[in-house]
Design a protein around this ligand. Structure first.
Ligand SMILES: C[S@@+](CC[C@H](N)C(=O)[O-])C[C@H]1O[C@@H](n2cnc3c(N)ncnc32)[C@H](O)[C@@H]1O
Length: 306
């Protein structure tokens, strides 16, 4: 199976929604509740998962949202889907280029899209900073320390950084494979591929991005408000998967195989056998996968509390 990244992002939306840490999310909601107008920046926005969630989380707030991503095609999909979402919620919408302006009684939502690499991007105008910066399944693929410094600069004092679904070092496939040691090596290789990734010659959050991010945020002077697990639980219930978990599972198996197939440590034949065994187990509704992740809510300036 070739991974269709756009389809994968869409399929994992429901899985992510089930997995987000409820306590962290509730505290985010409380932290935003008092504001009638919010300026938000979503990093690595993809097809707009976090902007969609924010619209639901702040149903009475006027929002100015910026979705930033390196991939213009994904941002086009985000623009299309957010327009549908706003219309379905009763907003009158107008498209201005890829951006959206929407109005419903006294409430307005403006969404802009920026196609850029996060570390090279700066706002076009100095508009005084963002109230909220979010990153949803993103911090494992970017260098943490310079990005945390940048987020600190871009937030207003008391501004919130919400970073959800940060991979944190464990992918488990269940039940145990017939050759347990072989599968352990494949999964270790998958984690190692994240650990050796370099962006602009810097290491990224990698396979332990959750706990590393926590350390970087504290070192940069953020107050850590709440954090907790947001593990993906793609296990079958009575032989049936929830939502679009079967597709997510198959996409993840293909990504794991893709990493291993670039290594001399795995023969193509043995890897193909492993992959077809595990894919058949998805078809039979017996394979489970649990992926350990962390959600973090942090505030700029310890004098300010959510
Ligand atoms: C795992 S996806 C998550 C997308 C979305 N937040 C979600 O949860 O559905 C990571 C996203 O980051 C984008 N991306 C990767 N590197 C980037 C960079 N250096 N700057 C901006 N976006 C980047 C990718 O194009 C992709 O859309």
């Amino acid at each position: 199976m070739k991974v269709d990244f756009r389809a994968y992002l869409e399929a994992k939306y429901a899985l992510d929604g089930r997995s987000l840490n409820r306590e962290v999310l509730q505290n985010l909601k409380q932290g935003l509740a008092a504001k009638r107008h919010l300026r938000c920046l979503d990093l690595g926005s993809g097809t707009g998962a976090m902007p969609k969630r924010l619209i639901d989380l702040c149903p009475n707030t006027s929002l100015e949202l910026t979705g930033l991503d390196i991939d213009a095609g994904l941002l086009d999909i985000a623009s299309e889907q957010l327009t549908w979402k706003l219309r379905s919620l009763g907003f009158q919408t107008e498209k201005i280029g890829p951006g959206i302006t929407a109005r419903r009684k006294q409430q307005s939502v403006r969404i802009g899209f920026e196609c850029a690499t996060v570390l090279d991007w700066s706002p076009h105008e100095n508009t005084g900073g963002f109230d909220l910066i979010s990153a949803h399944a993103f911090m494992d693929i970017v260098p943490l320390q310079p990005l945390v410094e940048k987020i600190l600069d871009l937030l207003v004092p008391g501004g919130i950084f919400y970073s959800a679904l940060n991979y944190d070092g464990d992918t488990a496939l269940l039940p145990v494979y017939s050759d347990e040691e072989y599968e352990r090596r494949i999964l270790d290789h998958y984690d190692r591929s994240m650990e050796i990734r370099r962006i602009q010659e810097m290491p990224t959050g990698g396979a332990r991005s959750g706990r590393r991010l926590l350390g970087e945020l504290a070192a940069a002077g953020f107050a850590i408000h709440t954090y907790g697990t947001s593990d993906w639980n793609m296990t079958p219930v009575n032989g049936l998967y929830r939502d679009r978990d079967a597709f997510c599972l198959k996409s993840l198996l293909a990504m794991i195989r893709g990493e291993a197939s670039g290594s001399r440590g795995f023969s193509p034949e043995a890897l193909a056998d492993w992959y077809s065994d595990r894919s058949r187990a998805v078809d039979a509704g017996v394979l489970g996968m649990i992926v350990h992740q962390l959600d973090i809510l942090a505030v700029k300036d310890s004098a300010h509390r959510v």
